[in-house]
Design a protein around this ligand. Structure first.
Ligand SMILES: Nc1nc2c(c(=O)[nH]1)N[C@H]1C(S)=C(S)[C@@H](COP(=O)(O)O)O[C@H]1N2
Ligand SMILES: [Mo]
Length: 407
């Protein structure tokens, strides 16, 4: 792949270091791994919690006045490392027996950046969230830790994505009436784990989702994508688990049979004692909420505090948020700031983002308190009080107990 290169800093590393880090053979704590930039944008400690190849947004750094999440603030989830891709020589390859005229992978249709820019454009607002967001609470709140990145609640953001609808591209290229599956593959290095090379990050999804609202995005909130977020082009499947939105998109296979990849058979489906062996791959994100405060935040006694936060769902806008300042004994309705109409006013034409909420806490008494927020979406889905355990720690959607101290 001549058009995929590494930043100059990387070439200064000893030969093979990049490969080793990409293969996961260097521990996160080893000096070579620390020097290897898996993420290229700055992730300062006051805005991010750094997990090496992943970084989460700190909720106490969120500006309550800003609705959208700037790319500079957005969480990053990389299986390996961010590739630097030249947009001019980059091509999207499209192939498969699901095209109106079948094409093998060895003889794909190729689309350049300019080709895509000729198609009708769209902007779609979506809550962008990792399947494992909240995973750490399986351990800290339910005493059943799950392996994987110990995200708190910062693997989420709301983004206005700009690009073309996959539906419009398919209309242009022509797809077979009985096409059922689309496989999206990234251009990042192959993912190696436990000595197994799983190949490039890729995940299939149904043609029905492609035709409903899938977007090939080149921009976020009015800017080109940053390298870390998929430049020059990423797939966006609004409302679905983050892994569905393949970054650094290199190819789309359209098929008349159901495609699979380890990212929908091995990972990103529920596994564990209470799950069947044939659980469906995870698709729509659940309902969650977070306070714009650090865990253990200190608040001044003797005054009134306006507490703010956000709630979101992959399925629908948020209809209601209930809050408790006494660890769940009593609940009140929070005020919501972003009704559907207000969200549309951000300039996005379709989709939905999160909803900001606020609650006035009048002169709380000194001492330790537990804040809780519990959201319900417009489809009637409500956050539970506990999340059923699964081996990979996906979908922690329970109400989070947020400690604060008043003094
Ligand atoms: N090519 C590629 N696409 C990918 C990934 C990846 O590692 N490689 N990670 C996925 C996962 S698990 C998530 S949560 C989102 C994260 O997107 P972001 O880093 O832009 O926030 O991208 C998805 N798309
Ligand atoms: Mo993810």
């Amino acid at each position: 792949m001549p058009h995929v290169s590494r930043r100059a800093a990387v070439t200064a590393l000893p030969a093979g270091a990049a490969t080793l880090a990409g293969a996961g053979l260097l521990g996160a704590g080893s000096p070579a791994a620390a020097a290897y930039p898996a993420i290229l944008k700055p992730t300062p400690a006051d805005r991010f919690v750094d997990f090496g190849t992943n970084a989460e947004m700190r909720w106490d750094s969120v500006d309550p006045r800003r609705y959208l999440t700037r790319q500079g603030r957005l969480f990053v989830r990389n299986h390996t490392s961010t590739p630097v891709i030249d947009r001019g020589s980059w091509r999207l390859r499209v192939f498969g027996d699901g095209l109106a005229t079948a094409r093998p992978a060895t003889d794909p249709l190729t689309l350049s950046w300019r080709d895509l820019r000729r198609l009708p454009r769209t902007t779609v607002l979506s809550v962008h969230e990792c399947t494992g967001n909240g995973r750490s609470f399986f351990g800290t709140q339910q005493a059943t830790p799950a392996p994987g990145t110990q995200w708190t609640l910062g693997a989420v953001g709301t983004v206005a994505w700009e690009g073309v609808r996959l539906r419009d591209l398919f209309a242009e290229l022509g797809i077979a009436e009985d096409a059922v599956s689309v496989q999206a593959t990234g251009l990042d290095p192959s993912y190696v784990s436990g000595g197994v090379d799983y190949g490039p990050v890729r995940r299939p999804f149904p043609v029905s989702k492609a035709l409903r609202d899938a977007v090939l995005a080149w921009g976020a909130n009015g800017d080109d994508l940053l390298p870390d977020h998929g430049y020059p082009l990423r797939l966006v499947l609004p409302g679905w688990v983050g892994i569905a939105s393949i970054k650094w998109l290199g190819s789309l296979e359209v098929s008349r049979s159901v495609l699979t990849s380890p990212w929908n058979t091995k990972w990103y489906r529920m596994t564990g004692p209470s799950y069947a062996a044939d659980e469906a791959p995870l698709t729509v994100n659940p309902v969650r909420s977070a306070w714009e405060l650090s865990a253990g935040a200190r608040l001044r006694a003797g005054r009134s505090h306006t507490l703010t936060g956000r709630a979101w769902s992959g399925a629908a806008p948020i209809a209601k948020v209930q809050v408790s300042t006494d660890g769940g004994e009593t609940w009140e309705r929070a005020e919501l700031r972003d009704e559907t109409r207000a969200v549309a006013a951000t300039g996005a034409v379709r989709g939905h983002g999160w909803t900001r909420f606020s609650h006035t806490w009048d002169r709380p008494r000194r001492g330790a308190h537990v804040l809780m927020a519990r959201a319900t979406d417009a489809d009637g889905r409500r956050q539970p009080l506990t999340s059923p355990y699964n081996d990979q720690g996906y979908f922690f959607d329970a109400v989070v107990r947020h400690p604060v101290t008043v003094r």
